[in-house]
Design a protein around this ligand. Structure first.
Ligand code: HEC
Ligand code: HEC
Ligand code: HEC
Ligand code: HEC
Length: 138
């Protein structure tokens, strides 16, 4: 009797986990995420906080500004697509052609946009100061 219930609960949990992996949506992402990629071996700076929800909802940044899947040189990422970690394609050690190494990918994406907005005189995020993004390393 007891065993059966555990088996049932286990099955339900597995289905729930499978579903949450299969269809990760923006609403499943925590409002704030802590970017701290395990891919970096020598970890020089502290983790970076990204207000994921604010960026998408308040600042109205499209998903495809940060997430991409390239097909024939075009970014075909759609909101409902599964999301891979940046480190799955961007190597932590070296750039491979247009696929810049992981640190540059993050900096180009985050600071790139912020700098562009600064130039246009619009409200923006950190552009230079390391510690405006990086937490103090512990
Ligand atoms: C706009 C935000 C932003 C700013 C400003 C910024 N970074 Fe980063 N940086 C990131 C993000 C995001 C990552 C990826 C963090 C991770 O995965 O741990 C990163 C990763 C790194 C890494 C590789 C991971 C590590 O800790 O070794 C280094 C080194 C780094 N940044 C140095 C700097 C330095 C130096 C400055 C200032 C001149 C700076 N960053 C400014 C966002 C920023
Ligand atoms: C300002 C940049 C930015 C925007 C805009 C953005 N994201 Fe993200 N998102 C990230 C970063 C960075 C991560 C962490 C990925 C990493 O570091 O490997 C992430 C993580 C995720 C994850 C979690 C992946 C996991 O491994 O758990 C999902 C799902 C996701 N984003 C979906 C979306 C969707 C859908 C939208 C649009 C509604 C969106 N994001 C908009 C930058 C952004
Ligand atoms: C599925 C693999 C893949 C994933 C995951 C991925 N990238 Fe990329 N990224 C690429 C490829 C391929 C290119 C080169 C595209 C081209 O041909 O210009 C690229 C290019 C870039 C560029 C340069 C774009 C430009 O305007 O020059 C930046 C910045 C970047 N990626 C940041 C990120 C960030 C940040 C993440 C995680 C949120 C991420 N990438 C996740 C494959 C990936
Ligand atoms: C396509 C544009 C764009 C990209 C990409 C982007 N940001 Fe921003 N970011 C903004 C805008 C716009 C604001 C501020 C708007 C305002 O204050 O009204 C902002 C504000 C911020 C702030 C200060 C306010 C807050 O919400 O915390 C931080 C920190 C920040 N961004 C970090 C990041 C990091 C880290 C990344 C990369 C993972 C990133 N941003 C990528 C557009 C962008």
């Amino acid at each position: 009797m007891g065993k059966k219930i555990y088996f049932l609960l286990g099955t339900i949990l597995c289905i729930a986990l499978f579903m949450s992996v299969g269809i990760l949506k923006a609403t499943d992402v925590p409002d704030e995420i802590c970017i701290k990629s395990d891919a970096f071996k020598a970890y020089k700076k502290g983790a970076v906080k990204l207000t994921h929800k604010k960026h998408t909802v308040d600042y109205k940044i499209a998903c495809a500004e940060c997430h991409h899947v390239y097909k024939d040189g075009k970014n075909v990422f759609k909101e409902e697509d599964p999301v891979q970690k940046c480190s799955e394609c961007h190597d932590p050690v070296q750039s491979k052609g247009k696929v810049k190494k992981l640190m540059l990918a993050y900096h180009k994406n985050c600071q790139g946009c912020h700098k562009g907005l600064e130039k246009a005189g619009k409200p923006t995020g950190p552009t230079k100061k390391c510690n405006d993004c990086h937490a103090k390393k512990k």
